[in-house]
Design a protein around this ligand. Structure first.
Ligand code: HEM
Length: 458
């Protein structure tokens, strides 16, 4: 067949396209390059290359798991130094991925997540209490407080551990080590100097990993000494037997995955909530509809687990937020065999290919001419369920898609409902426009709002 080479920006010797990339906000460069080079392009970076796809038709092809598999590249590859073949960072063919996946799937299923509702509610209430104490005049650091929500909820629901982030000054040492570990994991793939140059960074990196592993392992050993009837993820991992191999998860694999849940679940959930509130504040009509829904469906009384499935508009707000502002703005696969994309672009087995959600989610062939606009109505069940296959991928794809999705959804729905029920929000700076911060995920930068209590907290 006729083949077409994949477009490439002009590059420099040795460093290739490294200078094309914005160090602070790589996603901006990836999107700008897509605007310039189109639905597919290739970047050459020191020692590696990357194909970047941003149209629905090519992403749809890359979601075919018979032809393509996840490849933990870049920061994800570095994170393996800390959590090895945990679910998020494993290669599909690694046996521990299969064992953990089969043991954990039921533990992340709808019934188990329902059982976590009370603990989620407790942490959400702590957040609401904090904002009530702030009063209407103090600016709230939105992303920071949602990160505390996500971390405390994960630690409590997965292993019965309390970070108490709303009751302590500064960050818990585990949380601090995790933040630094993730930042450094993001920096490491872009190193250009000889190894010795980074010896201080490396020493700190391995010390952070030790802190993470020691803390998680202590929780595990403590639970083994004092078995509990808590129905949490740790119990599931300790008791679960893999249906296929008959094996239990090893202690190392349990530790890897305890840390993995915190890594994979905290910035993603917190970013989603932060972006959602930003979008609501910029779209008063959508804001009003969301709050009306809470007032009609829940009223002033306590929010219960049964309300979670009765908030279609909030559901749509979260979906639309994830379309426009996916905290994980791209994920990567590679071809199992040399192949052609769109019937003409040759790609090689093993080469990483990024699915650029930031662009794919605004593909006009799927979302129309108003693709850039925030319109939750398009994400109500009826239009949403009719979207073409693989047109909305904020949770990744197939077998390697997000195992924590029902967890995140319940937590985000509950938090949003509780906050809209109890407060009225305004932007701290009415002229604020979305700025982004990129670490492992993307989140709003310098986004602050103020909260006024409505009539009495529930
Ligand atoms: C995988 C997004 C919340 C645990 C993924 C992937 C995405 C994603 C895009 C695939 C990554 C890839 O292909 O490289 C999100 C978003 C969330 C969220 C947007 C919040 C709105 C959570 C939570 C947890 C979690 C709360 C844990 C409780 C995981 C794990 C994987 C994963 C373990 C790896 C699954 C596997 O490959 O077996 N997530 N996630 N995520 N996520 Fe989430």
């Amino acid at each position: 067949a006729e083949t077409t080479p994949i477009p490439e920006p002009p590059g420099l010797p040795f460093i290739g396209h490294l200078t094309e990339l914005d160090r602070e906000l790589p996603i901006r460069s990836f999107a700008a390059l897509a605007d310039k080079y189109g639905e597919i392009y290739r970047l050459r970076l020191p020692g590696r290359s990357l194909v970047v796809s941003s149209s629905h038709r090519i992403v749809n092809e890359l979601c075919d798991e018979k032809r393509f598999i996840k490849i933990p590249k870049g920061a994800l590859h570095e994170i393996r130094n800390g959590v090895h073949d945990g679910l998020f960072t494993a290669q599909l063919e690694e046996p521990n991925w299969g064992i953990a996946h089969r043991v954990l799937m039921p533990a992340f299923g709808p019934m188990s997540i329902r059982n976590m509702y009370d603990e989620m509610h407790e942490i959400s209430t702590q957040l609401a209490m904090k904002w009530a104490r702030y009063g209407p005049h103090n600016p709230i650091e939105v992303s920071d407080d949602f990160t505390r929500l996500a971390l405390d909820t994960l630690a409590l629901c997965s292993m019965g551990y309390r970070f108490n982030s709303y009751y302590t000054e500064g960050l818990h040492p585990f949380v601090e080590a995790m933040g630094d570990f993730l930042t450094e994991s993001g920096n490491r793939p872009n190193r250009t100097m000889p190894t010795w140059f980074y010896r201080n960074e490396d020493a700190k990196y391995w010390k952070d990993i030790e802190t993470l592993r020691k803390t998680a392992d202590e929780v595990l050993q403590e639970r083994k000494r004092n078995p509990s009837d808590r129905k949490d993820l740790l119990t599931a991992m300790l008791n679960g037997v893999d249906s296929k191999t008959g094996q239990h998860m090893s202690d190392t694999s349990i530790t890897d995955n305890l840390i993995t849940f915190l890594i994979a679940g905290h910035e993603t959930t917190s970013g989603t909530l932060s972006f959602a509130f930003y979008e609501l504040l910029k779209h008063p009509e959508a804001y009003r509809k969301a709050q009306d829904e809470v007032d009609t469906v829940i009223g002033k009384g306590p929010i219960t687990v049964d309300h979670m499935s009765k908030l279609p508009y909030i559901n749509a707000v979260l979906r639309e937020t994830l379309r426009l502002d996916s905290p994980i703005s791209q994920f990567a696969v590679t071809a199992k065999e040399d192949t052609l994309l769109a019937g003409k672009y040759p790609v090689h087995k093993g080469e990483p290919m990024a699915l650029l959600l930031k662009k794919m989610h605004v593909d006009p062939s799927v979302y129309g001419d108003d693709a850039q606009e925030f319109k939750p109505e398009r994400m109500l069940d009826e239009p949403f369920n009719k979207l073409p296959k693989n047109a909305w991928k904020p949770f990744g794809n197939g077998l390697r898609g997000c195992i924590g999705r029902p967890f995140a959804w319940q937590e985000a729905t509950l938090a949003m409902a509780m906050l809209l029920q109890n407060f009225n929000f305004v932007l701290d700076d009415p002229s604020y426009c979305l700025a982004l911060k990129q670490t492992l995920t993307i989140k709003p930068k310098n986004f602050r709002m103020r909260a006024t209590l409505r009539d009495g907290m529930t």
